[in-house]
Design a protein around this ligand. Structure first.
Ligand SMILES: [Zn+2]
Ligand SMILES: [Zn+2]
Length: 323
């Protein structure tokens, strides 16, 4: 499959009750089957050295792996279930992350959710108040300093070689929309993004188009369309992930961001721009004010299309992984 041809029948990023999702793994698989998807990667948040509200309990990781293996077998022939994990990377916890990755997964989505400073560890895509506190107390009131620290940390993750897919590439914008001190057109921001894409191109992971952002305050996919186009110019593989935390969000927004109906393989000129002739087929709920890491209100999902194949939702694991 052309790595630049996004398949709206393959969802590479969802959560379950094992971390901060609201449904069981089997309920998420059933939702994917009901929507006609051909593959689903279940990628719950990895356990952390210090427990957080959204992370998996370390005691449950064995049961998680067994349950996903069981679902993969039980649903074989109907949908391909991938046993995945969302890495929650901090350079200071690199060894911990490597131990998690070394357990062996079909899909490792690498994400940065937290930044560490001398003053503490700050969640940057949680609630609005948490983000405001991170800017104020962690970065001296400077959103720019926080954003630059985010992309520097993301580059560390990418260069670690740990992940197959870079999750929600520009999620740091979640609570920045409308702030007077933030504009994606600013040269420093574009420079931070370009430097990070250079790291992606060198290390080899895919970049996820995460539709969860459509239902959050950013009201836009992660990453923004201009970054998707920059990925295409660099021939960086792109994959789709809903980041669904509940069954009705599996595959949500895929038609909108791919610009074509489910199952249609031809990459249109509008792909990744957010414009889409099929957009009317989807309804978008109002953006959440304070959704935390959980995406929210109901939205349309792609209907079943013809002939999409059953290849995994991301290219095969890179040779660089595990270094
Ligand atoms: Zn995430
Ligand atoms: Zn996620």
């Amino acid at each position: 499959m052309d790595p630049l041809c996004l398949d709206p029948l393959q969802d590479g990023h969802v959560h379950t009750l094992y971390s901060d999702g609201s449904a069981s793994a089997e309920q998420m698989v059933r939702a994917a089957v009901a929507r006609g998807l051909v593959s689903l990667a279940v990628t719950d948040h990895m356990p952390l050295p210090e427990p957080r509200r959204y992370a998996m309990d370390i005691e449950r990781i064995g049961a998680y792996r067994r349950e996903l293996s069981g679902l993969r077998d039980a649903y074989r022939g109907r949908i391909t279930v991938h046993r995945g994990l969302e890495l929650d990377y901090l350079p200071e916890e690199d060894r911990w992350c490597r131990e998690m990755a070394a357990m062996g997964w079909d899909r490792l989505v690498g994400s940065v959710h937290r930044l560490r400073t001398d003053g503490g560890t700050w969640l940057i895509n949680g609630h609005r108040g948490e983000f405001a506190r991170a800017v104020a107390e962690g970065f001296g009131g400077s959103a720019r300093r926080l954003v630059e620290a985010y992309f520097a940390t993301l580059r560390r993750l990418i260069r670690s070689g740990l992940c197959d897919v870079v999750g929600h590439f520009d999620v740091v914008k979640k609570h920045l929309a409308g702030r007077a001190d933030f504009d994606e057109a600013q040269p420093w921001y574009r420079d931070a993004v370009e430097r990070t894409l250079e790291a992606v191109a060198a290390a080899g992971p895919a970049v996820e188009i995460n539709t969860g952002g459509l239902f959050q305050p950013a009201a836009a996919p992660y990453p923004s369309p201009w970054i998707v186009e920059a990925c295409r110019r660099r021939r960086i593989p792109l994959v789709l992930g809903s980041d669904a935390h509940r069954p009705d969000r599996v595959g949500a927004g895929f038609v909108r961001v791919t610009g074509r109906a489910a199952g249609e393989q031809r990459p249109p000129s509008t792909a990744g721009t957010g414009s889409c002739r099929d957009a009317a087929r989807e309804s978008q709920g109002p953006p959440e004010n304070d959704p935390g890491l959980v995406a929210d209100p109901a939205a349309g999902v792609p209907g079943r299309g013809a002939g999409s194949g059953s290849s995994p939702p991301v290219p095969a694991r890179r040779a660089s992984a595990g270094k």
